[in-house]
Design a protein around this ligand. Structure first.
Ligand code: CTP
Ligand code: CA
Length: 226
């Protein structure tokens, strides 16, 4: 077995998990989104509940059932997610950001459907706020875990995000390896800790990944109590 629920360092702690994609509206019929299914975040939420944590699950639109016992907060856009996360941040001991947050949104949201015209079309986009980076700037006691989905230079990009966003841990997965990434039930991840340790996990279910990840989180909590 992975852990002893009675001795879990997460028992009684509040774990905030973000999951799924965001949707960025353009007009009444169109929006920008990505391939995130929400499975990784929902699996982490479920395993954290099993360890006795109070789980706040802030989720973009998904097609999967939330785990029983989570406090579910549904959001749509990156801005909605930002506001909800900030609202909950003070209560959290651990924050795990699996959500695939849009980096850009349409600069103008049109009230009416945009009609087609004979010519090509381009849309002006603006940056959204980096939620995790904001949390890294504001964090006090909170343990921050980021995710990074990359198609190349995994280690380099992940370590850069770990440092730049002031994280305690980053979980990377390649979105090009078979069995890893967005819609799959499995994942192949590497976990980098702030203290320099690296854990390469083989192909496994997202629930197993969730358990390894939470074990790592518990180790960091144990170390901080020493
Ligand atoms: N993230 C966030 N808010 C954003 C964008 C990303 O909180 N507006 C979080 C994600 O939830 C994830 C981590 O930052 O935990 C890394 O996301 P990723 O898209 O891999 O990194 P970016 O910093 O957005 O860089 P890029 O997309 O250019 O690789
Ligand atoms: Ca991004």
């Amino acid at each position: 077995e992975f852990f002893q629920p009675s001795s879990s360092k997460l028992k009684g702690k509040t774990v905030l998990v973000t999951a799924g994609p965001t949707q960025e509206k353009l007009d009444p019929v169109r929006y920008f989104t990505n391939h995130s299914s929400g499975k990784m975040g929902y699996a982490i939420a479920e395993q954290a509940i099993k360890r006795g944590a109070n789980v706040i699950l802030i989720s973009g639109p998904t097609n999967i059932n939330p785990p029983i016992g989570a406090q579910l907060e549904n959001v749509t856009s990156a801005k909605d997610m930002f506001e909800k996360v900030i609202e909950c941040f003070d209560f959290a001991d651990v924050v795990i950001k699996t959500a695939a947050v849009a980096d850009y949104r349409p600069k103008l949201v049109h009230e009416q459907k945009i009609k087609k015209r004979p010519n090509d079309w381009s849309i002006e986009m603006e940056r959204t706020t980096d939620i995790l980076k904001t949390l890294g700037e504001r964090k006090e006691k909170q343990l921050l875990v980021g995710f990074a989905a990359e198609s190349e230079q995994l280690e380099e990009y992940a370590k850069d995000k770990l440092e730049r966003k002031n994280l305690d841990m980053i979980v990377t997965n390649s979105i090009v390896q078979p069995g890893a990434g967005f819609q799959a039930d499995t994942n192949i991840v590497t976990i980098f800790n702030k203290n320099g340790t690296r854990l390469d996990l083989p192909l496994m279910s997202k629930h197993e990944v969730a358990n390894y990840l939470l074990n790592e989180v518990e180790e960091i909590i144990k170390d901080s109590e020493k």
